[in-house]
Design a protein around this ligand. Structure first.
Ligand SMILES: Nc1ncnc2c1ncn2[C@@H]1O[C@H](COP(=O)(O)OP(=O)(O)OP(=O)(O)O)[C@@H](O)[C@H]1O
Ligand SMILES: [Mg+2]
Length: 234
């Protein structure tokens, strides 16, 4: 079966510094795939190339068998890629609801019916819909960032370290919601995550990056202590 996302020989440099080297990756439909690796190995850079925020030097990115590499970021959002950036990046001065409306327009969609689904998943957002984003707690802001990405009704949801700085019960809740999106909404999820318990509990496949390269990958049950010691623990 064709994977939903397929990346071939992707190279990317920040000026002289090569940050991605021959990256190859496949994300099967209706799966949760996790990208891991120490700080600075290129995880965020990879996601920014997939979402179109950076332009690769060479290589190809396909979504559902169609080449995406030439499309700008808004074109990729309209083709079904939703993005939750590292550090959440919600609009602090806008209300929760206004943040969601911005997500909606990013996907080229005008229909606010999807807000009901988002509020079902994250009741706290409904309770706080008139509050300014910047006044939410870190965990609530993360839920808002995910909600905003869901407003585009994506096929592929990409998240960059959603558990960073968040307390365990909210982490667990986010994991359960991702599972629900895959099981009930046919969504596919690519997630950068360093929190090993989360990866083991919620992901189906993993990739490990080191210095801009994919160095390991497989089913999550084959993520051994040896790999963790070699590539992940500090
Ligand atoms: N805008 C930029 N200009 C120049 N170099 C950059 C830029 N952004 C990132 N880099 C460099 O590219 C490399 C990869 O950075 P990236 O942010 O992708 O790492 P990461 O794996 O996401 O790290 P972290 O776990 O800390 O989030 C690093 O060496 C970083 O210093
Ligand atoms: Mg990063």
């Amino acid at each position: 079966m064709t994977p939903l996302l397929k990346i071939q020989n992707l190279n990317f440099s920040y000026g002289e510094v090569q940050a991605l080297r021959d990256v190859k990756m496949e994300v099967p439909e209706k799966s949760i795939v996790c990208v891991m690796g120490r700080n600075g190995v290129g995880k965020t850079t990879l996601l920014r190339n997939i979402t179109g925020l950076e332009k690769p030097d060479s290589g190809e990115i396909q979504l559902g068998g169609k080449a995406m590499t030439h499309l700008p970021a808004y074109g990729r959002a309209r083709s079904g890629i939703g993005y939750v950036p590292q550090g959440r990046m919600i609009f602090p001065k806008l209300t929760v609801e206004e943040n969601l409306i911005i997500g909606l327009s990013g996907g080229g969609n005008q229909d606010t019916d999807i807000f009901d689904e988002i509020y079902d998943l994250f009741p706290v957002l409904q309770e706080m819909k008139s509050r300014r984003g910047g006044d939410l707690s870190g965990g609530q802001q993360q839920q808002l960032a995910i909600g905003r990405a869901l407003a585009t009704d994506p096929k592929l949801l990409i998240l960059d370290e959603p558990t960073e700085g968040i307390q365990p019960n909210i982490i667990q809740q986010i994991g359960k919601i991702l599972q629900h999106l895959v099981d009930e909404k046919d969504m596919t999820i690519l997630i950068v995550e360093q929190y090993l318990d989360f990866v083991r509990e919620f992901s189906h496949h993993f990739y490990i990056m080191n210095r801009g390269r994919i160095v390991e990958g497989g089913e999550t049950r084959s993520l051994t202590e040896e790999l963790v010691n070699n590539y992940l623990s500090v």
